[in-house]
Design a protein around this ligand. Sequence first.
Ligand code: AMP
Ligand code: GLY
Length: 435
Amino acid sequence: MSDMNVLVIGNGGREHALAWKIAQSPRVNEVIVAPGNAGTAAEAKCTNADVSADDIDGLLALAKDQGIDLTVVGPEAPLAQGVVDTFQAHGLRCFGPSKQAAQLEASKAFSKAFMQRHAIPTAAYQTITTVSDGMAFLDTIGLPAVIKADGLAAGKGVVIASTRERVQATLEDMLSGNAFGQAGHQVVMEECLDGEEASFIVIAAGDDVLPMATSQDHKRRDNHDLGPNTGGMGAYSPAPVITPALAEDIMTTVIRPTLAGLAAEGMPFVGFLYAGIMLTQAGPKVLEFNVRFGDPETQPIMMRLQSDLVDLIEAALDGELNTQNPTWDQRSALGVVMASAGYPGAYAKGHPILGLDQIDHAGVKVFHAGTGLSATGQTVTQGGRVLSVVALGEDVPTAHSRAHDAIARIQFEGAFYRTDIGHRAMPSAASGNDS
Ligand code: AMP
Ligand code: GLY
């Protein structure tokens, strides 16, 4: 029965968690991760293939060569390039949205216009191509103003400007194309929303949909949600702020109309759909859509998923999600990202990571993100977000303290991490100090 070969595309913590979980399926023979990292290289049933996540032709050749039965796409870049369309054109099963549907993440301008067409609650906005238009729109929305580069910018293309001068400087910078390269030719400017953020992730195919466990990310680099935005410094699941009633509200006002709208516009969505939500006084509003699983949310969510992920993905591809009723570990899972000094800006690579062999506790898992193997086989740093250390616990404070017990055993030069991941779900005494 273990006869499936699965390809996971990507090399981050999300992909390590997906590959780890997929490998646990009794139906799976082998998981190939392209290109993977030092964590996936060492994972049971997993093998890395040296093909980059945006080399669509290379991935297609790999899938054919290795007799891949199912491909799961981790990051947004290959989706935005049309990897699913290409695989399907060659008769290969590939889980993720088409290039057209991936615009929901790849273009903020597309995404905002789509939400407006389908009355999906989101911040008031305008697409801006000149500095003077931007300054005029500022008079409508007031300060602070949110300015977003249009294309994919790995969560780093968003500036919240609280003075007119900062708005002007940001517009000049982004519209000149300097700061974010190709992503910078037009920007989306929007009103600043106030509230608590949460990640709402579903698995979907057309209007068939199944919510995943709730979670909350921490986008700012530093404790107390200070410092620059990052791809995410830690996450936990479940997020108690998303009560069952609120989850139903988000399904009704955001997820179902989004799936219905995409289908009606001829681009039915298949894959993981992630709505970044701001829980405002006026109800949940969409900050952004991602057309893939969240990173680092995947890591705690996969720690809690007790059902077979391959069954869920295959049911989605076959339009049978209604037959699935996934079960979740009732405990909390909390993941803390260990990052390289300098991230989200420039950082050094190649520092040896020590202590990984000291972690063998039940309910603790170190997912690798930016790691690689040196010429001598040593695990070394290779990215900004290096590891995602996840622990299960009876409650959030217990999971938090277990994660930090593990972190204390791991060292690499320049390592830093937040000590307050999960603070919104913890009594203040347990929510950590400045590091
Ligand atoms: P995005 O890439 O659109 O999710 O933006 C990254 C982060 O910027 C979000 O997680 C929020 O913390 C913040 N952000 C984005 N849009 C807004 C907004 N309209 N109001 C307040 N904060 C925002
Ligand atoms: N955790 C944020 C993201 O995956 O975009």
